[in-house]
Design a protein around this ligand. Structure first.
Ligand SMILES: [Fe+2]
Length: 222
């Protein structure tokens, strides 16, 4: 009779690295089911920020919407922004991000929105019904989000019973609110991602003061 009662050690649970880092490779972690957000933290050059800020002060409005490819996006953006000194630097940066997005998801094209905002576009916490959206705020307050473990999803949407976020019971403390920084490039996994139907990243536009302007870039699957 085999009396060997040796218990094999429990498998060590692999700890996932946080999906926030200063290297763009971090964006690939969005494929892991445990992550519904991945953020590439970066700081834009001061002269680029200055140029974009000047554009936001000069422009009456700015809302570029286009299906783009990694090859044509730089020229398209440059032409649209040709009145502004930041056109070259901004178009090159956007082309880099479009290339990364298309490469990561094996897409030939992406749905681009480059928008100047002077009021919160989506002021209440919500989930996007898309597979995955790339979001970056070039200038101004950036997107806010909540960690999955710290929320009561029943309080989203109609479940908030019309209450504002801080009263709905969606989260317990304001400290639960995380905020990206200008320049950060984030992938937000939505409810349209297979297997992520009930785990879409909960996020909202930041509160901004009346005179503040933001420049927001989003990329979507087409
Ligand atoms: Fe959203």
């Amino acid at each position: 009779m085999n009396l060997d009662m040796t218990v094999s050690p429990a498998p060590v649970r692999k700890r996932l690295p946080p999906s926030i880092a200063g290297q763009p490779e971090i964006l690939t972690t969005i494929y892991q089911p445990e992550h519904n957000i991945a953020i590439w933290q970066r700081t834009l050059a001061p002269e680029v920020m200055r140029g974009i800020t000047e554009m936001l002060q000069e422009a009456n409005s700015l809302a570029l919407v286009q299906t783009v490819t990694p090859d044509d996006v730089a020229q398209w953006v440059q032409e649209k922004l040709s009145d502004y000194a930041c056109a070259t630097a901004l178009s090159e940066d956007i082309a880099l991000i479009v290339d990364m997005f298309c490469c990561l998801f094996d897409l030939k094209e992406a749905g681009l929105r480059l928008t100047m905002l002077d009021n919160p576009m989506c002021p209440k916490f919500h989930v996007d019904r898309v597979p995955c959206r790339l979001v970056t705020t070039y200038v101004g307050a950036a997107t806010q989000w909540l960690e999955n473990e710290k929320i009561d999803r029943r309080k989203l949407g109609a479940g908030s019973l019309g209450q504002p976020d801080h009263l709905s019971g969606l989260f317990q403390h304001d400290q639960a609110i995380k905020q990206m920084q200008p320049g950060d490039v984030a992938l937000l996994k939505g409810s349209g991602w297979e297997g992520n139907e009930n785990l879409g990243l909960v996020h909202r536009s930041p509160e901004i003061t009346s005179r503040e302007r933001r420049l927001l870039l989003t990329l979507d699957f087409v």
